[in-house]
Design a protein around this ligand. Structure first.
Ligand code: ADP
Ligand code: ZN
Ligand code: ZN
Length: 739
C-alpha cells in the first residue's frame, strides 16, 4: 500500500500527517502535489505531499486522500527542503512555514471565504455542478466554503472550488479586497510588458575590479560580501553579474528592503532586463502572487526576481545567484508572526541547497557578516571609491549640551545647521533631516508631578500625535484623548517632552516657511504607494526639506541633497540593547551617504550632547573596520553575537503570576540540559502588551553546539512545562537570532 505524508498549511505540532493513497491515484500523484484530505470529522483541507512511502504508521486509523488538485507538482523539491530547514532552524511547525509560503489561492480549506471572479465570463467552461455553485454565489456573493457546502447541498465541495479558482470563476477573499485597493492606486505591475532597451552601463575601473574579485571569490566560496561605500555603484555591479547568469541560463533572486522597490531601482532593472524581470513587493495581491508562482513553474519562468524577503518562497528551477542588497537591514528579519526567519540567512541556505551562490552587499555590513568575511568563511570584496569619485561628505559634530549651556539652542536645530539649510535652500539644493523614531517619541508629562499617560493594556507611555491631537499606543495602536488635567494632582499644565518627526517638521515650517517640507515615517507611508510618491516628489524637487525616520537611511539615492542633519544622535545610541552602537553607526553612515553632489562636497551635521564618544571618531573617518574591531572585544567579553548565538523565548499570559510561574518552570527545565546558557526569566522592557503579561528567557549558545540536540532539548523543556494544566493557555514563541 502507498502512503503520503502531507503538510497542512496550519500550525499543527506534527510536521506532516499520513494518509492512504487510493489505488486509482497511485500512478498520478507525486511529491509536491496538492491534495485534498479530510481533517477531523467533517472538514476537508488542501495540503502538499511531502513524501510517498510504504511504511504503514501504526497506532491510529488512517484516512484516504480525498482527491488530487494538480496534475503536476506545485511545490518543488528545493522548496520542500527549504521549508524543512526553516521549520527546523527557527523552531516552528512545518505547517506554519507552508502557510506563509503558499499564496492563499493554493491552500483553500473549509474556512476560506470565496467570491465570484469579477471579470469571469467563460461560463461554457464550467461543469453543471460548478454552474450550480455560481448560481448560489450570485445571490450571496461572499461566503465561507463550509457555509456554501451547506447551502448548495453538495458534499465535499472543495475540489470543485479548486477547479473554479483555476478557471478564474472564483477568487479568494484576499484577492478581492486587495483588488479594490489596487484600483485606487496604480502600482508598478509585476508582469510588465516593457522590452529591454538598455544595455548595462560600462563599469568603471574600481567596479570592474570588484566584479572580477566577486567572481573569483565564488570559485572557492559559497558566499561573498561586497563592502562598498554608499554611491560606489554596487547596483551596477549586480546588473553585470545578473547579465552573466542569464546568459548562462541561470536565474537570479535579488533581495532588497521594501523601500528600495519604491525607487528608481525597478525602472533601472526593467530597462535592462525587460520582461525577464519579475517584481515582488510585500503589498502584492494574492492573485499576482499566484500568477508569479505559476509562471516560475512554467517552461518560461522569469530570469530575475527582484523582491522583498518573502520572495524567498517563490519556486526557482535554475537558481544561480541570490543577491542580498543592504544585507545589514533589520527588516530582513521577520518579527511576527512565526516563522521568524532572517531572509539573508535563509537566502544563504537556499542558495546552497540549489547549488547557487550568494552575494551580500552593504556600505555598513552587519557584524555577523563582516565577522564571517574576516574569518574566511565568506569572501570579502571592498569598494571604497564613490562613483565618479564624488567626495564623501564633511561630518560636523554639534555639541548640543554646550550650546544649551551657552543658551544658543533656540530651536531643536542648532544655529549652524539652520544656517547651512538656509544656504542650501538659497542655492536650490535639498536637505534631509533625520530623526530616529525609536528614541523618545513625544510624550506628555504633568508639569508638577511628572505623571505621564500610559496605555491601559500595555506597559508603555503613550505617544503624543500633534497633528491628530490624540495620544497613541505604539504597541497596540489604541488611541486616547488628551487629558485636560493630571489625574493625580489635577495640574492643568501638561507639557510635551521629546522630539519626534512631527516636531521637526513643525520646526522646519517655522524656520523655513518658503520651502516645501515633507515627512516620511510609518504614519505618512501607510498606504500602498505613499512612500514612492514622497520619494518621487523629492526627486522632482517638489519638496526641498525631507524629514524622516530610519526609513530614509535605506539605500535611497538623491543627487541634489547637500545637507543632512541628524537631529539627535544620542537617542540612536541610548538603547538598552547590545546592538545599539552597531545600529547607530550604520544609521549615521547610511544617512550621511545621502549627501553629496557631483561638483560639491556635502555636509552632514550630527547633533549630540556627547561628541567626545569614540564612535564619532569612526563616523568622522568613515572607518567601518576600525569601529568593527573596537566593538568585537566587547561582544566577545559579554558573550554576544557574532561569537555566541541567541535564542529568545517569550511566554505570555493574561495573569501575571501564571506567566511568571510558567517561565520559571520552563527556565528550570532548560537548565537541566543547557545549564548556565539559560538567562532569566526576566521582565522585558515592555512587560505587558495588549493585556498579556510577558516574560523572556534568553539562551546564549556557543558556536558548534549540535543544532538537532539543542532543538530537542528546547522542545523537551517546553513539553515539560506544559505538563502542568495551569499553563495550558501560555502563549510561547521562539525567536532564533533575534534582532
Ligand atoms: P550604491 O548602491 O553603491 O550606493 P548606486 O548603485 O546607487 O550606489 O550608484 C550610485 C549612482 O551612480 C547611481 O546614480 C548610478 O546610476 C550611478 N552609477 C554607478 N555606476 C555607474 C556606471 N558604471 N555608469 C554610469 N552610472 C553609474
Ligand atoms: Zn500631576
Ligand atoms: Zn497599548
Amino acid at each position: 500500500m502507498l502512503f503520503a505524508d502531507v503538510i497542512l498549511p496550519r500550525p499543527l505540532p506534527l510536521a506532516t500527517l499520513t494518509y492512504i493513497v487510493p489505488d486509482e491515484m497511485q500512478s498520478l500523484v507525486s511529491k509536491g502535489f496538492r491534495v485534498i484530505v479530510p481533517l477531523g470529522e467533517r472538514k476537508l483541507c488542501t495540503g502538499i505531499v511531502a513524501r510517498l512511502h510504504s511504511d504503514k504508521p501504526t497506532g491510529f486509523k488512517l484516512k484516504e486522500i480525498h482527491s488530487l488538485v494538480d496534475s503536476k507538482p506545485i511545490v518543488t523539491q528545493n522548496q520542500l527542503s527549504l521549508w524543512e530547514w526553516i521549520s527546523f532552524y527557527y523552531i516552528c511547525p512545518l505547517g506554519e512555514v507552508c502557510y506563509v509560503a503558499l499564496p492563499s489561492k493554493f491552500k483553500l480549506d473549509s474556512e476560506t471565504t470565496i467570491s465570484l471572479g469579477e471579470t469571469f465570463s467563460a461560463w461554457e467552461n464550467l461543469s453543471p455542478t460548478e454552474m450550480k455553485i455560481v448560481g448560489f454565489l450570485q445571490h450571496d456573493p461572499s461566503k465561507k466554503i463550509k457555509a456554501l457546502e451547506k447551502a448548495v447541498g453538495i458534499k465535499n465541495v472543495l475540489p470543485h472550488i479548486h477547479s473554479m479558482v483555476f478557471k478564474g470563476a472564483i477568487s479568494t477573499d484576499e484577492a478581492i479586497r486587495k483588488k479594490i485597493a489596487a484600483k485606487t492606486e496604480k502600482f508598478d505591475l509585476p508582469l510588465g510588458t516593457a522590452e529591454a532597451q538598455r544595455k548595462p552601463y560600462a563599469l568603471n575601473a574600481y567596479q570592474q575590479e570588484a566584479f572580477l574579485s566577486i567572481k573569483q571569490s565564488f570559485q572557492q566560496k559559497q558566499v561573498c560580501l561586497l563592502h562598498g561605500v554608499t554611491s560606489s555603484g554596487k547596483t551596477e555591479i549586480y546588473i553585470h553579474l545578473i547579465e552573466e547568469m542569464l546568459q548562462d541560463g541561470k536565474q537570479v533572486l535579488y533581495l532588497v528592503p521594501e523601500i528600495a522597490l519604491s525607487t528608481q531601482l525597478t525602472q533601472r532593472l526593467r530597462g535592462v532586463f525587460g520582461t525577464k524581470l519579475g517584481v515582488y513587493h510585500s503589498k502584492i495581491n494574492d492573485s499576482e502572487r499566484a500568477e508569479i508562482w505559476q509562471k516560475m513553474l512554467s517552461p518560461r519562468p522569469y530570469g530575475i526576481i527582484v523582491g522583498v524577503r518573502s520572495s524567498l518562497f517563490i519556486p526557482f528551477s535554475k537558481l544561480g545567484l541570490i543577491i542580498v542588497d543592504e544585507e545589514h537591514e533589520t527588516s530582513y528579519k521577520q518579527q511576527d508572526p512565526s516563522p521568524r526567519y532572517h531572509a539573508r540567512d535563509t537566502a544563504i541556505v537556499m542558495a546552497q541547497q540549489s547549488g547557487a551562490k550568494t552575494l551580500l552587499g552593504s556600505a555598513t555590513p552587519s557584524f555577523e557578516s563582516y565577522y564571517n568575511a574576516q574569518t574566511g568563511k565568506y569572501g570579502l570584496v571592498t569598494l571604497s571609491k564613490r562613483f565618479e569619485e564624488i567626495e564623501l561628505p564633511e561630518i560636523r559634530l554639534e555639541n548640543t549640551a554646550e550650546l544649551r549651556r551657552k543658551r544658543k539652542m533656540k530651536s531643536i536645530l542648532s544655529p549652524s545647521l539652520i544656517e547651512l539649510i538656509q544656504r542650501a535652500l538659497a542655492d536650490g539644493e535639498q536637505v534631509i533631516l533625520f530623526r530616529n523614531r525609536r528614541g523618545f517619541a513625544p510624550l506628555l508629562e504633568c508639569n508638577s508631578c511628572a505623571w505621564t499617560p500610559k496605555c491601559k493594556r500595555c506597559d508603555v507611555a503613550l505617544t503624543y500625535h500633534k497633528f491628530l491631537n490624540e495620544l497613541k499606543c505604539h504597541y497596540c495602536n489604541a488611541t486616547y484623548k488628551i487629558p485636560k488635567e493630571c489625574p493625580v494632582c489635577h495640574e492643568t499644565q501638561i507639557d510635551v517632552l521629546g522630539q519626534g518627526t512631527e516636531q521637526v517638521e513643525e520646526e522646519a515650517l517655522n524656520l523655513f516657511p518658503d520651502a516645501v517640507s515633507a515627512r516620511m515615517d510609518t504614519d505618512t507611508t501607510r498606504t500602498k504607494n505613499s512612500a514612492g510618491k514622497i520619494i518621487a516628489d523629492f526627486e522632482d524637487k517638489k519638496i526641498q526639506i525631507l524629514i524622516g525616520t530610519q526609513m530614509l537611511a535605506k539605500g535611497l539615492d538623491f543627487e541634489n541633497v547637500s545637507v543632512v542633519g541628524i537631529i539627535s544622535a544620542d537617542s540612536l545610541l541610548n538603547h538598552p540593547d547590545f546592538r545599539s552602537y552597531e545600529r547607530g553607526f550604520q544609521m549615521m553612515l547610511q544617512t550621511s551617504g545621502r549627501a553629496g553632489r557631483k561638483n560639491k562636497r556635502g555636509t552632514v551635521v550630527i547633533q549630540t550632547s556627547d561628541p567626545a564618544q569614540a564612535i564619532y571618531r569612526f563616523v568622522e573617518n568613515n572607518d567601518y573596520r576600525g569601529f568593527f574591531l573596537a566593538q568585537m572585544a566587547e561582544r566577545k567579553n559579554f558573550r554576544y553575537p557574532p561569537f555566541f548565538r541567541l535564542i529568545s523565548i517569550v511566554l505570555k499570559h493574561k495573569k501575571e503570576d501564571v506567566a511568571e510561574a510558567a517561565s520559571q518552570r520552563m527556565a528550570e527545565a532548560l537548565r537541566q540540559t543547557l545549564s548556565d546558557r539559560v538567562l532569566g526569566p526576566a521582565k522585558p522592557l515592555v512587560s505587558r502588551i495588549q493585556s498579556y503579561y510577558i516574560r523572556e528567557i534568553l539562551l546564549k549558545l556557543e558556536a558548534g553546539l549540535p543544532p538537532s540536540q539543542l532543538r530537542e532539548n528546547i522542545i523537551h523543556a517546553e513539553q515539560k512545562m506544559r505538563k502542568n494544566a495551569d499553563y495550558k493557555y501560555i502563549i510561547l514563541s521562539y525567536n532564533v537570532d533575534p534582532l
